[in-house]
Design a protein around this ligand. Structure first.
Ligand code: ZN
Length: 172
């Protein structure tokens, strides 16, 4: 069995109508953000092309290793940046091509910072004013003192050729 199978949850369609992400999915993202605090966490939401079922797949943030290897070239560590490990990128690609999942969202946290789309976030998400991964959202979690403050989901607006954000939250 593959590792991410244990993170497999079915989304509640009724709940999903207003919010593209179920509370179950958001809760998993929030606990990941809390566990990694004071570092940025990163991961993806995969969606089955057959059933629309969503799965959270946690990724390893290797930014501290990148920073340590060459601090001059990479001044930011995992407090303020993230890099998805190549092993996890490979797993994501396998899920997409072998198990028929689509990359629904890429999430990461901003410890002690607002849930804004930074310049770095933008350069990762777009290339020549076109989205790097069309149809993929970017979920950013603002977390302070291990508490989730705000979560914003940024989606590509093809009309205005930019990402626009809307606040999302767990519904009880
Ligand atoms: Zn960011």
């Amino acid at each position: 069995m593959l590792k991410y199978d244990k993170l497999h949850y079915k989304t509640n369609n009724k709940e999903n109508r207003g919010n593209m992400y179920s509370s179950n999915i958001l809760k998993q993202i929030f606990s990941h953000s809390t566990e990694e605090y004071p570092f940025e966490c990163c991961g993806v939401v995969m969606e089955s092309t057959a059933s629309d079922e969503q799965t959270v797949f946690r990724c390893k943030n290797i930014q501290n290793e990148i920073h340590k290897a060459d601090p001059e070239k990479n001044p930011r560590d995992a407090h303020t940046a993230y890099s998805i490990s190549p092993v996890d990128l490979l797993k994501i690609h396998r899920m997409m091509h072998k198990q028929h999942y689509r990359l629904k969202a890429i999430y990461h946290s901003h410890p002690d910072n607002k849930a804004y789309f930074s310049k770095e976030d933008y350069s990762f998400a777009a290339l020549n004013d076109e989205p790097t991964y069309p149809g993929t959202d970017y979920i950013i979690v603002s977390i302070a003192k291990k508490r989730v403050e705000e979560t914003v989901c940024f989606s590509w607006d093809s009309k205005y050729k930019k990402f626009s954000g809307r606040t999302i939250s767990i519904t009880y």
